[in-house]
Design a protein around this ligand. Sequence first.
Ligand code: NAD
Length: 481
Amino acid sequence: MTTLRNYIGGEWIAPGGVEFLDLTNPATGEPLGKVPLSGNRAVHEAVAAAQGAFVKWRQVPPVVRARYLFKLKYLMEEHFEELAQTVTREHGKTLDESRGSVRRGIENVEHACGIPALMMGKTLEDVASGIDCEYVRQPLGVFAAITPFNFPAMVPCWFWPYAIATGNTFILKPSEQVPFSSTRIVELAIEAGLPAGVLNLVHGGKEAVTAILQHPGIAGVSFVGSSPVAKYVYQEAAKYGKRVQALGGAKNHVIVMPDADMDRAVSNISESLFGCAGQRCLAGSVVVAAGKAYEPFRDKLLDNARSLRLGYGLDPDVTMGPVISAKHKEKVLSYVEAGRKEGATMLLDGRASRVEKHPRGHFIGPTVFDGVQPDMTIGKEEIFGPVASVTHVSNLDEGIEMVRASGFANATSIFTQSGKAAREFRYRVGVSMIGVNIGVAAPMAMFPFGGTKGSFFGDLKAHGGDAIEFYTDKKVVISRW
Ligand code: NAD
């Protein structure tokens, strides 16, 4: 069994005097190792190391900084299957889902390899007679990221590759529930030759987060997690004068129009509802069926949900894994109970689902409610489990109003064959990530990613061009010779 250590200033360090969290495989219950819950001291050491490394790292030419990432990309490809298996072992999603997420992570490393072009400034000759004006982008110092449990390999790669490519140094605090994938990627970054102190890894939970938010030596913080914590991170980091981008939770609606290609829509939406056992910020949660779409959609969705095979993601033919922990299972089941109590109709009950081979796994079978209203707890709060709600509206206008009324605005989708309906939807819906005949409006490295309203706190989003804006200062120089 592994006892994890922090990676600070080029050394693997066991933090002293801290508690350790025991981690188990969420599908099999087998022990995976222990992670330290580091505190103030480890964060202070990491900041000192990152500040020390920044002096030289920012002078390394961008083309040379990019070469470390090219090397890392090559190493991540070489270890692709191992990384995907690590994700499945610690998180529980199926191997195919893990592969998809590792691929998306690598795409961010690839995109950051383009930093010499991405971070160029601009010049205007003769801004006044004989005077030239230019801006250059400069790194700001030390940045940190705090990441969630549901994408152990991908989400950290939304941040640190761009931050170090632009010449900053970095502290990564991964979720204490899934620290193994980040540890392995940091090992690969070391193998790629990244100089000591450029990328530091600090394991921990709330205490480490607070130390990061309050440390005067950190210029900015990227956060992904639940909305209450995102809001706290946004406010606390801003209070300490930092740049901050905080991506929060979600309650994603999917509209199905009567003219949708129903078979395709059902398989796509089912994947969105139940993929990763519903533990995705982009997961569909409430399906809003318009007019005559309702009955055929509901019936086909039930057939599809019943055909899912629950189990350990490394076992063949499994199509849905467990949720992350016993505690999280309890939370999801409490939402199911709230749905029953508040009058929704349960069409499929996954509470008693078991996987014979893995009696200690945190499994919940696909669960479907009908007649869910926006004011019900399961109609408005994020469940983050394999629990789908179906609701019926008369037309597109009603559907759009329902989406707009949500306190969250991370992602939403429409299934239709009408360009006019799709255009109307994207124009009015007020949500940041939109799928048209796509169940999961997935993050693409070269585009910005993040929500609005209760799903996002900040202005510059993750990756795409926004990452370059977030991690650099635009310095304007005006000259006369
Ligand atoms: P979480 O908010 O519990 O934890 C996220 C991070 O914050 C972890 O690193 C954790 O150690 C830290 N943390 C937890 N509680 C804290 C506290 N009270 N004070 C300070 N730090 C704290 O989130 P999670 O359960 O790990 O992840 C699931 C959530 O993340 C869901 O709400 C999901 O929608 C969201 N998410 C959002 C996106 C997005 O792009 N918007 C992507 C992935 C996940």
